[in-house]
Design a protein around this ligand. Structure first.
Ligand SMILES: Cc1cc2nc3c(=O)[nH]c(=O)nc-3n(C[C@H](O)[C@H](O)[C@H](O)COP(=O)(O)OP(=O)(O)OC[C@H]3O[C@@H](n4cnc5c(N)ncnc54)[C@H](O)[C@@H]3O)c2cc1C
Length: 456
């Protein structure tokens, strides 16, 4: 059985069946599925087992028993354990060499020009094997998307374009720095504290503030940093977007969190202590950071939806294995019980819906990219991308929850991956907006559509 599901294959067939490159899209998806199955999945499983076995504790115990306990031996052991718990660099290199970071970007920009829905199918596969690896590339893609639409609007500096090309080529990894610790993430555009003030020489800005819960915090080379450049006035939130590279004076990584979700991805704090950047680091127009953030999130939410669909599918596959082949109640496998069948049907439908909505949103994104002034299309696109993220994140939570429950007590043992899947599903619940915010956005757009249709 391939790591690509028949649902993904059918979807590409449905979308691109008559397309001259249909066969190559399918082949590429299968090849990527093999790469993920042979490299990413075992790497993620290995790191998980290392954590489950907690080799450090047993090593410290052995050292004490043998009387050889000393600080240096322990530190060496800690370093080795941490190394074992990480996805090897070679795995990331193989994904990058495959072209994933540039898959959906145009050839003139150095990309492969593969349709966005096919890229989403690849991300779903990655999300099925490893949410940590998936989110690393999804976030970097969101940064590149933000630069791309400014580039196409003729608003990106030469420096911005060079960063965009490096992100597409996989030579650099991006981070998206919007959230701050001082305010609810859901209200960050209104309550942002990070400030950027123009330099006296008129050629740049000085940025001061801190960003929190930033994915790729240790691994990214360049961050899309949102900062306030003026006080909010009406619809103008006074926010601008900057590119800040690791290593810039005053820029440092603060806390890096040990966390219970997506453990192979780094999450933490960025500190911006009077970071000076030249005018070239400003992305697009000053004061337009809020709409840029929304546009980046519109595409980012589709990538989160794809990853979440992958996790839902993984949990579902593992659920089926327990239900059909696992433990029995008397002489009956659990799948023979009505309640189990109802859950299987529910998960199956939810995953199908999540995948369809993700694909639909990806298709609308492509349409909107070529018609960025079409307000009606924008409303449909926003509804679809927010809806896909909402549907897929809830489908993932539901499938993971059912998986934990069907395992029974075995689910609480560390070596059992069910609880890890459930914890990973919270990335998709919180990341890039909680359900309430997505619901508000969808309702807001539906009201706009209604009023437009009624001439109100
Ligand atoms: C693993 C992970 C990775 C992340 N990576 C990044 C990143 O790379 N870059 C970045 O900038 N941020 C990142 N984030 C932060 C993420 O964007 C925020 O978690 C998200 O915006 C929600 O903000 P919050 O966590 O502060 O929750 P809050 O906004 O405080 O929401 C908490 C709760 O308040 C309630 N609530 C909120 N809004 C409403 C509403 N409108 N109506 C009713 N109830 C509401 C809901 O119950 C909600 O669950 C990441 C988060 C996680 C968990």
């Amino acid at each position: 059985m391939s790591y690509i599901t028949s649902g993904q294959t059918h979807q590409i067939e449905m979308m691109y069946g008559g397309h001259p490159h249909h066969e190559s899209f399918q082949e590429m998806l299968q090849t990527f599925g093999q790469l993920v199955e042979s490299k990413v999945l075992p790497a993620e499983k290995k790191t998980e087992m290392e954590r489950a076995q907690d080799s450090l504790k047993s090593l410290a115990f052995q050292l004490r028993q043998s009387g050889k306990y000393d600080q240096q031996a322990l530190e060496t052991a800690i370093a080795q354990t941490k190394k074992n718990e990480k996805i090897p660099d070679a795995v990331y290199r193989q994904i990058t060499d495959f072209g994933l970071p540039g898959m959906a970007f145009s050839e003139p920009l150095g990309g492969l020009e593969i349709p966005y829905p096919v890229f989403m199918a690849c991300l779903e596969t990655l999300g099925k094997a490893s949410p940590s690896v998936g989110v690393r590339y999804a976030i970097s893609n969101t940064v590149a998307e933000g630069l791309r639409f400014n580039y196409e609007a003729g608003q990106l500096s030469g420096y911005g374009e060079s960063i965009l090309r490096e992100l597409i080529a996989g030579e650099k990894l991006g981070g998206f720095a919007l959230t701050e610790g001082s305010a609810a993430g859901s209200n960050i555009l209104k309550e942002m504290i990070t400030r950027a003030v123009p330099l006296q020489n008129g050629n740049g800005y000085r940025i001061t503030g801190a960003k929190m819960f930033i994915t790729n915090v240790e691994t990214a080379d360049v961050f899309a940093v949102f900062a306030r450049t003026s006080e909010p006035a009406g619809n103008d939130l006074g926010i601008s977007l900057f590119l800040v590279e690791k290593g810039t004076k005053g820029f440092k990584v603060g806390q890096v969190f040990e966390k219970r979700t997506v453990e192979n991805s780094s999450l933490g704090e960025l500190i911006l202590d009077e970071v000076e950047v030249s005018q070239e680091h400003l992305v697009g127009e000053a004061g337009c950071g809020a709409p840029y953030a929304m546009r980046m999130l519109n595409s980012g939410r589709i990538t989160i939806a794809a990853l979440a669909t992958g996790l839902a599918q993984r949990a579902f596959d593992e659920y089926m294995a327990v239900a059909v082949e696992g433990k029995k109640l008397g002489d009956q496998h659990l799948i023979e019980l009505d309640r189990t069948q109802a859950r299987v049907a529910e998960m199956s439908m939810e995953i199908l819906a999540a995948r369809d909505m993700t694909c639909h949103a990806a298709w609308l994104k492509t349409l909107f990219d070529t018609n960025p002034d079409d307000r009606e299309l924008l409303r449909d696109y926003v509804i679809a991308s927010n809806g896909a993220k909402l549907k897929a994140s809830l489908a993932a939570q539901q499938a993971c929850d059912h998986l934990v429950k069907i395992w029974g007590a075995s689910a609480v043992i560390k070596e059992n991956p069910a609880m890890k899947h459930f914890l990973d599903s919270w990335l998709y619940y919180f990341g890039e907006a909680v359900p309430e915010v997505l619901e508000n956005t969808i309702a807001h757009m539906e009201v706009k559509k209604y009023k437009k249709a009624k001439g109100l």
